[in-house]
Design a protein around this ligand. Structure first.
Ligand code: NAP
Length: 486
């Protein structure tokens, strides 16, 4: 057990929320946060409500004018200073993230580096808030400016406590927006530590608040506020739909990064060893609790059995355990409900005539650990409708390319998708036709700060990261100049 790393993580744990840069202590009560590996209490954050949310919004409004009208190069310099502090504290932040989320420490450090990638990328974007000039057919000169949308509400999930936050805060700050953040109740400490570093890096008071407590109450106060001009949400489709409805009366700009139930398709001509290795990379990150991880794997019938057996053999060897146990690749699930869901999905496959090739039950470690699982056959319907959000890969055979595309698209979701083939024509054709915001061809890893991230259909709208990410936080202003001729 790497106890030194764990202690470093605890050194960044603050049991408070932050309103306008000022801590509000939990004082041993409020929302309890535990370590999913053993259920041990890590600490509390305060249970704040509408009044504190309104104070945070007022602070974001106060800070907005100076911040948005300031020099974008200064905002870029702030983002770089923040990124440098995060780099310095990667070990401790990774450990804190591992403690509250359960993901392996090495993986959690990877998340911090990935999260910081957004801050670094958007520091550059702050310097590229470029407008346009254009001659008008009316004889005028048209100028466009890209201006900050306003104070933003950002609501984030527990599965990537750092990256889902910086993917929003990076572009928001770059554009000149201020923010009120509601982190997930199961993983608030990483967000609070990142906010502390942001203030240490020179963020003006009020530009960022972290409000903890009852999600529905805080969410409603944020959606109802006419001062909040934009909501960016990452989480489940059901909550996203509700928030979009709540934002309608104030006509806020909204972006929604919602659930996925990603298909992964393997054709018989694929490099099967590569497909197996990439499926494992894509699926078992965060114990299968990611919005882009393959939820259903379709394999062309002649190679389905071979693929599934190779996959099962490697999955059976994945080390499961506490985040700080050296070599661990798969951690616990976030809570008991998550464990029940994986169990239900395994039972559904069995009821439909599918076979368990490895795993299939709770792990001998007990608690929230589940065995990494591979199944073959059964009905794919449930896996088109629901994310398993756990360490289970169901493999289903298919016969034709048309059938694979039909099955891949037969879901209300459309976030990530994956395809393995050596046929370039097929790769181009299939990746263009599939209804998904993203498609990985011969890879299971598609997330990077430089690639647009987002979904279609019930997976939401808006794009994060890349050159498009900042567009979610700017309004285009048009100035029309009537110039007198000399
Ligand atoms: P969730 O239940 O929707 O929660 C996400 C966030 O919303 C949390 O901060 C939660 O707060 C808050 N929330 C819950 N109910 C709310 C309400 N009525 N009003 C305002 N806020 C509310 O989702 P989750 O189970 O944590 O996360 C997993 C889901 O997120 C999956 O569906 C996954 O696919 C999706 N996800 C999508 C992306 C993407 O980029 N597309 C990335 C990661 C995850 P509490 O924690 O306090 O309940």
């Amino acid at each position: 057990m790497n106890l030194a790393a764990r202690d470093a993580g605890l050194s960044l744990l603050r049991q408070h929320a932050l309103i306008a840069g000022e801590p509000i202590a939990a004082n041993g009560a409020g929302v309890a946060v535990d370590n999913p590996a053993d259920g041990a209490l890590l600490g509390h954050v305060p249970d704040l409500g509408a009044a504190e949310t309104k104070r945070a919004v007022a602070a974001a409004v106060d800070a907005f004018t100076d911040w948005s009208r300031g020099d974008p190069h200064e905002r870029a310099a702030f983002l770089r200073a923040w990124a440098a502090l995060i780099d310095e504290n990667t070990e401790a932040l990774g450990a804190l993230c591992a403690l509250e989320n359960g993901k392996p420490f090495e993986e959690a450090k990877g998340e911090i580096a990935y999260a910081n990638g957004f801050i670094k990328w958007f520091a550059g974007e702050a310097e590229r808030l470029i407008g346009e000039t254009q001659d008008s057919p009316l004889g005028h000169l048209i100028l466009t400016y890209r201006e900050a949308v306003g104070p933003c509400a950002l609501i984030t999930p527990w599965n990537f406590p750092a990256a889902m936050l910086t993917r929003k805060l990076g572009p928001a700050f770059a554009a000149g927006c201020t923010a009120v953040v509601k982190p997930a109740s199961q993983t608030p400490f990483t967000a609070i530590a990142l906010a502390e570093l942001a203030y240490r890096a020179g963020l003006p008071a009020g530009a960022l608040s972290i409000v903890t407590g009852e999600a529905a109450v805080i969410g409603k106060a944020l959606c109802d506020s006419p001062d909040i001009r934009k909501l960016s949400f990452t989480g489940s489709t059901g909550v996203g739909r509700k928030l979009a409805e709540q934002c309608a009366p104030t006509l806020k700009r909204v972006s929604m990064e919602l659930g996925g139930a990603a298909p992964l398709v393997v054709f018989a001509d694929a490099d099967l060893d590569l497909a197996v290795a990439e499926t494992i990379k894509g699926k078992f990150r965060n114990s299968g609790q990611t919005c882009v991880c393959p939820n259903r794997v379709y394999v062309e019938r002649p190679v389905a059995e071979t693929f599934a057996e190779k996959l099962a053999a490697q999955v059976a060897r994945l080390p499961v355990g506490d985040a700080f146990q050296p070599g661990v690749k798969v951690g616990p699930l976030i809570d008991d409900k998550a464990l029940d869901k994986v169990e239900r999905h395994v039972a559904a496959i069995q009821a439909d005539g599918g076979r368990i090739l490895t795993g299939g039950a709770r792990h001998a470690l007990g608690g929230r650990f589940f065995q990494p699982t591979v199944t073959l056959g059964g009905d794919d319907r449930l896996f088109r409708e629901e994310e398993t959000f756990g360490p289970m890969v169901p493999v289903f055979p298919f016969d034709t390319e048309a059938e694979a595309l039909e099955k891949a698209d037969a879901s209300e979701f459309g976030l990530a998708s994956y395809l393995f083939t050596r046929d370039l024509d097929r790769a181009m054709r299939f990746s263009r036709r599939i209804e998904a915001g993203m498609c990985g061809v011969n890879t299971g890893l598609i997330s990077t700060p430089v690639a647009p991230f987002g979904g279609v259909k019930q997976s939401g709208y808006g794009r994060e990261g890349s050159i498009h990410g900042i567009d979610e936080y700017v309004n285009v202003k048009t100035v029309t100049l009537a110039l007198r001729s000399a």
